[in-house]
Design a protein around this ligand. Structure first.
Ligand SMILES: *Cc1c(COP(=O)(O)O)cnc(C)c1O
Length: 401
């Protein structure tokens, strides 16, 4: 059983604009209002009781549910095609609450070596303290994942494409392996977004997001969300009610506002990313380009089979001159914020050596296939031609040492 539902025939771009916004809102407002109220009042004590018992629709207290937050959850639920969704104050809150709610001492998790840094730390540092073991299979090697899952586990956790070398995990094969082992498959869909990849339709039970990235899209709001099978989302939601990692109404409003343009942004970012990846592949200062849209990418065929309409807005590439070249190149970019985030309307660039993988040794990065001179480049919605000229001029400033 996977948490897929079909609500309407709307395409993703339409759901992004209109999904979850039905209202009715006060005064006939056409836009979802920011409902900044900790609690919701009732004149009728019996009605209040029915809402509290979940027998009647309504809101009681904003740590549990809130109208603005519910609109965001519904929009994302429909985009991912899930049965239910629950939101959180950050992506890591969504991921950690999902794991804490669904696992118990003695359980085993199988994941991949290239998970997001915070997620890896949950697997390697925090879950083991409570008797939950995590084994990480080599990313992009379906055989290794299947073997680890086949040894028995409660939960399989993957992301694709991965950070920072854009490795691709075959979601259909991961789903088959999880099902055969009686395990839940959770997929972090942050990099791809539901516009170009829908893990639930490929057999995942749950999909999680850092909404702080592409969903919000403007690098001005933190959030997280989980969607998929209703029974699992309910379990996670009940834990979140007590754990308290709720999304605020202000944040939910910014996410709703940002998501209206999600389809436009992601399609444009994917188009530009492919143009840029192809160009960098031929540039003499660049030693290697990592982008699933390139024929040279080892995961290209799987990516083509499970993504549609593009390969995402993030790519990475290594420079020939080593980290000295990165030191010269990055500050020479005029159209990129040098920062740790991604998925924004503005282009963002940074070296994994100082951002996502700063805590690893050079040997550990080498083992993960992360070159020391790697640059992660999250393509914004600026004109493709302007980004291309900016990259060319910045690459031109590298003096070979
Ligand atoms: C950023 C990110 C997260 C964590 O999300 P936050 O909103 O920063 O807590 C998780 N997974 C991926 C793939 C990310 O890029």
């Amino acid at each position: 059983m996977s948490g897929v539902t079909k609500d309407s025939v709307w395409g993703a771009g339409t759901i992004a604009v209109r999904g979850g916004e039905a209202g009715p809102w006060p005064g006939g407002a056409t836009q979802v209002p920011i409902v900044n109220s900790v609690a919701f009042g009732y004149d009728d004590v019996d009605r209040w009781h029915e809402v509290a018992l979940g027998m009647r629709a309504g809101h009681i207290y904003s740590r549990n549910t809130n109208p603005t937050v519910a609109a965001f959850e519904e929009k994302l639920r429909r985009l991912e095609g899930g049965e239910a969704a629950a939101s959180f104050g950050s992506g890591m809150a969504a991921i950690s609450n999902t794991l804490w709610a669904l696992l118990k001492p003695g359980d085993r998790v199988v994941s991949i070596t290239d998970s997001y840094g915070g997620t890896s730390r949950l697997f390697l540092e925090f879950l083991p303290k409570y008797g939950i073991r995590a084994d990480l299979a080599a990313t992009g090697d379906p055989g290794a994942l299947e073997k680890a899952v086949g040894q028995g586990c409660r939960l399989v956790y993957v992301e694709t494409p991965t950070n920072p070398t854009l490795k691709v995990v075959d979601l259909r094969r991961a789903a088959r392996a999880a099902r055969a082992a009686g395990a839940i498959l959770v997929v972090d869909n942050t990099f791809a977004t539901p516009i170009i990849q829908q893990p639930l339709a490929l057999g995942a039970d749950l999909v999680v997001h850092s909404a702080s990235k592409f969903l919000g899209g403007h690098a001005d709001v933190l959030g997280g969300v989980v969607a998929g099978r209703r029974d699992l989302v309910d379990t996670v939601f009940k834990y979140r009610e007590i754990n308290g990692a709720a999304l605020s109404a202000d944040a939910a409003y910014l996410l709703i506002r940002g998501m209206k343009t999600l389809a436009l942004r992601v399609r444009q970012q994917s188009r530009s990313a492919l143009v840029i990846a192809r160009l960098l592949e031929k540039h003499p200062a660049v030693s290697r380009v990592f982008y699933p849209g390139l024929m040279s990418h080892p995961g290209h065929d799987v990516a083509t089979a499970q993504m549609r309409g593009g390969f995402g807005g993030v790519l990475s590439f290594s420079l020939k001159g080593g980290f000295d070249a990165v030191r010269q190149f990055l500050p020479a970019l005029q159209l990129a914020h040098l920062a740790a985030n991604l998925g924004s309307v503005e282009t963002v660039a940074g070296p994994p050596r100082t951002t996502s993988h700063v805590e690893l040794s050079a040997e550990d990065r080498e083992a993960l296939g992360i070159p020391e001179a790697l640059v992660r480049y999250s393509v914004g919605i600026e004109e493709t031609a302007d980004l291309v000229s900016d990259l060319q001029q910045a690459l031109g400033t590298i003096t070979s040492g």
